[in-house]
Design a protein around this ligand. Structure first.
Ligand SMILES: Nc1ncnc2c1ncn2[C@@H]1O[C@H](COP(=O)(O)OP(=O)(O)OP(=O)(O)O)[C@@H](O)[C@H]1O
Length: 279
């Protein structure tokens, strides 16, 4: 590994507490039959996935497909109605403390401690994770610098822009160098320079053995970054595997996605009133 204290930390080995966990040797995240219902309707419906260790795994799907709901169940934020989620060898719902110690999370919604500065937030979260103060300080300084938040580190999080909030949450997700990070739309609302920095940081993290699971709508990004992808539609996984196998014969992942999810056609007919004289 490359001599970076943030990335060189030993990754924990996976214990074999029961049959499913014992079977997760090569997998960073294992989902089996994960299901969530609202008002009798399954918005996540029997989702099973294997995310290989060290992979850059994209979770894609149209609006309302169930990506955020799935990630929320995997990160321990939303209790499933059925199924199991194993992260880095720990069952998220029967052994949450162990599972949460092994993951970094950038959730949807970004509820943060608004009255702390960016630097204070990282310091607080690092200490909550039981990290030594000096390690928290040096890693936080490094992350703030790399993510171009150094000049805003004493500003209150309440005064951060949406993109800055994403970046400080990403810093918090990486601070303890977990074996798995789960990121809901990490690049949305982030400027192009910061997006490139985040991509580089995440690529280094996977090169060092870490696993990234992230949701995105941007197919070109997923194709450029990811080693693996799962496509969700109507709460189910409709395709998954390495990028080449999901793309198949299509010219791009975007084309394959349109084919897989059956995009509706607005090319002919409908919306004729649009652009005509106002009523
Ligand atoms: N608390 C809730 N109560 C009722 N329905 C919900 C709730 N949370 C999510 N849903 C529904 O579950 C479905 C999946 O939502 P989810 O946010 O997981 O989709 P998504 O794939 O992340 O979408 P997007 O790409 O638009 O963020 C949607 O139909 C949504 O309306």
């Amino acid at each position: 590994m490359g001599g970076d204290p943030l990335l060189d930390q030993q990754l924990p080995s996976y214990p074999g507490a029961d049959g499913l966990i014992a079977a997760t040797h090569g997998e960073a995240v294992v989902l089996r039959g994960l299901t969530k219902r609202y008002d009798g309707r399954a918005v996540v419906d029997d989702v099973s996935l294997d995310v290989p260790k060290g992979s850059f795994f994209g979770l894609v799907g149209p609006n309302g497909a169930g990506k955020t709901t799935t990630l929320s169940m995997v990160t321990g934020l939303l209790r499933p109605d059925a199924g199991r989620a194993i992260v880095a060898g720990a069952d998220v719902w029967s052994d949450p403390a162990t599972a949460k110690a092994r993951m970094g999370v950038l959730p949807d919604g970004l509820r943060l401690f608004e009255r702390l500065s960016g630097a204070e937030l990282l310091s607080y979260l690092g200490r909550l994770r039981g990290m030594p103060a000096a390690t928290v300080q040096s890693r936080a300084d490094e992350l703030l610098r790399v993510l171009d938040l150094e000049g805003d580190s004493t500003k209150l999080v309440a005064d951060y822009s949406t993109g800055m909030r994403k970046k400080i949450t990403l810093a918090a997700a990486l601070l303890h160098s977990p074996p798995v990070v789960l990121l809901d739309e990490p690049l949305e609302a982030v400027d192009p320079v910061s997006a490139r920095v985040i991509r580089t940081v995440l690529a280094r993290y996977t090169a060092a053995g870490g696993t990234v699971v992230f949701s995105s709508h941007v197919m070109a990004l997923v194709e450029a970054l990811c080693s693996h992808v799962a496509v969700m539609a109507h709460g189910r996984v409709v395709a998954s595997g390495d990028i080449a196998s999901v793309r198949g014969d299509a010219a791009s992942l975007d084309d394959a996605f349109m084919h897989i999810v059956g995009a509706s056609d607005v090319g002919e007919g409908g919306l004729e009133w649009l652009g005509s004289s106002p009523v």
